[in-house]
Design a protein around this ligand. Sequence first.
Ligand code: GLU
Length: 436
Amino acid sequence: MSQEKGLNPFEIVQAQFDENARKGNLDKSMQEFLREAEREIQIRIPVEMDDGTTKTFTGFRVQHSTARGPAKGGLRFAANETIDMVRALAIMMTWKCAVVNIPLGGGKGGVACDPRELSERETEKLCRGWVRKVYDLVGPDMDVPAPDVATNPQDMLWIMDEYDTIARSRKPGFVTGKAVGVGGSLGRTEATGYGVIYCVREAFKRLNIDFKGATASIQGAGNNAQYCCEKFTEYGGKVVAMSCWDPKDKKACTYSCEEGIKPEDLFAPGTLDKFGTINPEKAKEFGWKQEDGNAWITKPVTVLIPAALGSAVHKDNVNDIKFDVVKVYAEGANSPTTPEADKVIKEKGVYLIPDFLCNAGGVTVSYFEQVQNNMNYYWPKEEVFEKLNHIMTSAFNDVMDLAEKENLYARDAAYVIAIQRVARAVEGRGWVKTKK
Ligand code: GLU
């Protein structure tokens, strides 16, 4: 997220919350309570590196809300991680779980590190070290981590194992996004990207757009973007561009293909690394054209999907969007649009699917994973997708029906629904007494 207007990422999302709290006439004491996290943890994790030296990493866990259930949200590895970034992402998890109406609160964790610089052994030590430092403040009924930017199912297994080792018990529900066969749910890997495209499908229905002839351009080639590409193509559309980070040249680049990037090429061995970087040699083999990092946003497509990092769309590139062609703007990433860019998107009247609705598929299947862990009984993939589809479709329709009825911007409609649900839980528990 950028520093546009001198605001930091947490202040940006707090401002969005405050505005919607005001619009929805939220009680002042409730607003005061909900605008900050219930608990924030900052830790230092010493890791013995492969060369024998010890490096100490700073980590965070922010538990924004536990009113509707245990705090829930990913653990990220990012070089420039800050407490404000984690606070911003934690509060968004609260609204995300509430808007899809799953019985969970919101949290997020982060470690300031460059994951590409860590060996597998160092990554394992970092994951285990993180658990050791937060152990007594988290747990399956308190706060449940999951994968996020640069963390994956293997990391989640190390996290689970460290927790189990300390607990001297088996608690697979402590962490979600685990590998299948070791407590993971089928379909968790696909969940975020599929959820995005289920929302796009519902938007197309409302706008009378057919997938045949529809095109998409996606920012990112990580887990979310990969499964957006797969589902969009399966529905009959073409993904004509995807971007990614090129660690060698330390810059982003876009790969484009007018006939559509084929998922089987994207998933072919050697095309992607575990961080979602596309191998240029493979791209050449498939006939994908390499362009600059910003090219994805300039494409005259039906749908634009920023599905990588925060603040990808900002005041300096928002006007590169082909507003005369682009019909749907689906925020696959968390907070991909800065406030100034958001104003432009709103003014231009593009059909917005706001982030915390659009990308809620991941946490929804995390919830399913916990349910399956508790039962110790695992569902077939079709059942997971059927349930995910049902939840995403209902949440999408609730938000868009309200937006249409009250003439609200879709982001505001999503906030209204989420804030009301969380406030009801906080009040019901007797934490905040509101003026009747
Ligand atoms: N990191 C994902 C998100 O931002 C998933 C969180 C989860 O599954 O708990 O929604």
